[in-house]
Write a protein that binds this ligand. Structure first.
Ligand code: SF4
Length: 458
């Protein structure tokens, strides 16, 4: 097959699963939601870099990018386009910083480590800019949540992907399915599903939180599958070489045996038995546009249709939260962060509520037999079904559509989706309150039993 164009989405697909990359290209599929998802998640980090510095927000617009490049201005979200190796290449970056006499490429990363996909993205952006004579630093800057890293764009650091591009992706042979967690949300699931291997034979990357460096270290030590991992005797040498191998063994054990592992003595916080419960979820575009709350039998949304109403709506929402002492449950850290920022901004302190991140409690105390700990996956695994599916960035698209056309059906879908997120959070919290009540196999482990699994005697 001849590949005629490359975008960020193609890189994402390639590094998730090369087979998916080819199938997407072959079928002409693409996902326009992904761009918005990246922008929302990268916005704070990229804009943070420019705090106090002049910059232009190019908003991934080609024309705005070109004009700012000609004026040698720093850019947030530039869109770089051009021809490389006889392919149309379009790369969306986090930023470009003009410092004196050259540009430095900026790419936010949310993962623990910089991946090959990140490296390929900056290499392609670098090649595109060099091609049109833009003065470029020979180093790119990756902006992380807690640390920044630099990468020399030297010839010998060039990722394989570019070598494949140079050859027009020829000689890659047939790319067979390599079932991993990427398959869960893949549109080709049915097509590849016929040859899904036994859980034991899945590659290590089927487990959550396995980084590229862990995969590399495991491979060097002869560990490719979950079975290899469990059978490999644990030595001090292995502990030093494969970071977190003990936890990985527990994850593999839970996954293969379809069993939840819980530290013996774990109990839900005693405060959960007191006060009124409230389940909370935010939908956000670049800024939040919907704050949804669910009580025992009601759902209350605070919706921000226009940016100019943001302060008024969020103040009402904070006052509502402070009306009664409550336990407020949310899934993941985003809701807490937004509330912290709003408290600072409005000076309305939330001293009557207690916030609980159920994801954090789950992650610290349990190992689940699933491949990804997102709200969608955990709640679905517990048997919950969403009323409407606006997963990923579909809800943002619906919100924009509603703003434009005022279609009440669209608004209803957005609210239903947010209410479902709140209900799903409630299900997870209920399960954490009593993990034995859900007819799911659970095993409480003492430290000795945990050690037994890790060393392979259990
Ligand atoms: S289902 Fe899995 S193996 Fe098949 S294309 Fe998708 S990610 Fe790749």
């Amino acid at each position: 097959m001849i590949i005629r164009s490359i975008t960020n989405e193609d890189l994402f697909n390639f590094y998730e699963c090369p087979r998916r990359f080819f199938l997407m290209k072959e079928n002409g599929f693409s996902s326009i939601e992904m761009d918005q998802s990246i922008k929302v998640r990268h916005f704070e980090i990229a804009r943070g870099f420019f705090d106090g510095k002049p910059y232009i927000d190019a908003d991934w617009d080609r024309q705005k990018t070109l004009e700012a490049l000609l004026r040698r201005e720093s850019l947030l979200f530039p869109l770089l386009t051009g021809r490389l190796y006889e392919m149309d290449v379009e790369i969306k970056m986090g930023g470009l910083h003009w410092c004196g006499d050259q540009y430095t490429l900026l790419l936010p990363f949310l993962s623990r480590e910089i991946s090959d996909r990140h490296r390929t993205t900056v290499f392609l952006a670098h090649l595109l800019l060099k091609e049109v004579g833009i003065p470029m630093a020979e180093e790119a800057l990756f902006l992380g949540r807690s640390r920044n890293e630099r990468l020399k764009l030297s010839e010998n650091a060039k990722p394989n992907f570019i070598a494949f591009m140079e050859r027009g992706f020829e000689n890659m042979g047939t790319v067979f399915p390599a079932t991993s967690k990427a398959c869960i949300s893949c549109v080709f699931g049915n097509q590849c599903g016929v040859i899904v291997p036994e859980k034991r034979d899945l590659p290590l990357k089927a487990l959550s939180g396995v980084t590229t460096s862990t995969l590399g270290a495991a491979e060097l030590n002869g560990i490719r599958t979950l079975d290899d991992l469990l059978k490999k005797p644990l030595t001090q040498d292995l502990i030093e070489k494969i970071k977190g191998i003990e936890k990985l063994k527990l994850k593999a054990y839970a996954f293969i045996n379809d069993l939840v592992l819980i530290a013996k003595g774990f109990e839900a916080p005693s405060e959960w038995a007191r006060g009124e419960d409230l389940y909370f979820d935010i939908e956000a575009d670049v800024t939040p546009y919907l704050f949804g709350f669910r009580t025992r039998d009601d759902y209350l949304p605070f919706l921000v249709k226009e940016e100019r109403y943001y302060e008024r709506v969020t103040r009402s929402m904070l006052r509502f939260l402070n009306l009664r002492a409550r336990n407020v449950y949310h899934f993941f850290e985003y809701e807490r962060k937004v509330l912290d920022q709003l408290q600072q901004k409005t000076q309305i302190s939330l001293d009557r509520i207690q916030l609980w991140d159920v994801y954090d409690i789950l992650r610290r105390n349990m190992i689940l037999p699933i491949q990804h700990y997102s709200l969608k996956m955990v709640a679905k695994w517990l048997g919950y079904e969403w009323k409407v599916n606006l997963e990923g960035q579909k809800s943002i698209r619906h919100f924009r559509q509603w703003k434009e056309k005022n279609d009440h059906g669209v608004l209803r879908a957005i609210l239903q989706y947010n209410e479902s997120d709140c209900q799903a959070t409630e299900i997870v919290k209920r399960w954490l309150s009593d993990p034995t009540a859900f007819n799911i196999p659970v095993r409480y482990l003492s430290k000795d039993e945990e050690h037994g699994i890790i060393v392979g005697t259990q």
